[in-house]
Design a protein around this ligand. Structure first.
Ligand SMILES: [Zn+2]
Length: 289
């Protein structure tokens, strides 16, 4: 599943290619036909991400909420005025598919392929959404209700949300490994960032939230912002510091490195199941306090 950095990149892309423009909307697959009809011909005012969710604000206070889930993806294409065209989401993890042809060859969007839930177009380009776990229109009240369910997003600024994050974690006896994946506690962190943040901050994954001191949680929050911002910039998750990388150029400290030596202490990295998800950690660096 794409983690928060991908959705923030997506918001930026939607703003670049559709922001402030009148949009044609349709649902070639039909499943979102009624919703598409309501935003068809309206101006897309702004795209914003909160954690793993994308919110597109249209005029007349209608907001489209999209969650890509495990299988969702957006494809973009268009002419030379439609910059940054690419595909973002699952399953194309390596690189982003470039659909931008030579400028003179652009003759409108292609015939929809497969189950396109939503197609957005302007005269300069198009975007297709396939396979989202959520695609719905919200009223202002519905939007408030959705946002109220989400924890703070570290990409909304280093200090914005810090107190809420610390309060949320400190109130629970749940292991920190679970709390970091709980989108009501902090929004945008998935399995890779979870493992890497706990490693970088030398936290035992099973430490109950209420046993972590304030300074540790402050550092954890700030580090989440640092890593997610790098992800937005790079378009992928890179969590190792250059000095820690071997000649093979490890991108992660523990994620998918089970059985290999820890880059910092040499202990074997472990993989266990935790709450139904894979959890990677270094028992040498991440000892109980
Ligand atoms: Zn270690």
């Amino acid at each position: 599943m794409p983690e928060g950095h991908t959705i923030h990149r997506l918001a930026r892309q939607v703003n670049d290619v559709f922001g402030g423009q009148k949009i044609s909307a349709s649902s070639p697959q039909g499943r979102f036909a009624a919703g598409a009809e309501k935003i068809d011909g309206r101006i897309l005012e702004r795209a914003a991400a909160h954690g793993k969710q994308l919110f597109l604000s249209f005029e007349h206070e209608l907001t489209l909420r999209v969650h890509l889930g495990l299988y969702g993806a957006w494809d973009f294409g268009g002419d030379e005025n439609f910059r940054g065209a690419s595909s973002i989401g699952a399953p194309r993890r390596i690189g982003e598919r470039e659909l931008l042809g030579p400028a003179e060859s652009y003759a409108g969007p292609p015939t929809p392929q497969g189950a396109v839930r939503l197609r957005l177009t302007t005269e300069h380009g198009w975007a297709d959404l396939r396979g989202p776990s959520a695609c719905e229109l919200l009223t202002p009240e519905g939007l408030s209700a959705q946002l109220a369910k989400l924890g703070p997003d570290p990409l909304h600024g280093e200090n914005v949300g810090e107190a809420v994050f610390i309060g949320g974690v400190s109130a629970k006896r749940t292991p920190i490994a679970s709390l970091l994946m709980d989108q009501t506690v902090v929004a945008g962190i998935g399995n890779i960032y979870r493992a890497e943040l706990l490693f970088r901050n030398q936290i035992d994954p099973w430490t109950p939230g209420n046993k972590l001191d304030r300074l540790t949680l402050q550092k954890l929050w700030k580090d989440a912002g640092v890593l997610l911002r790098r992800g937005v910039q790079d378009g992928r998750i890179i969590t190792t510091e250059p000095a820690d990388r071997l000649s093979s150029g490890e991108l992660h400290y523990v994620y998918k490195r089970q059985g290999s030596q820890c880059l910092r202490c040499g202990t074997g990295v472990l993989l266990v199941e935790h709450a139904g998800r894979k959890l990677y950690y270094c028992p040498g660096c991440q000892q109980p306090q």
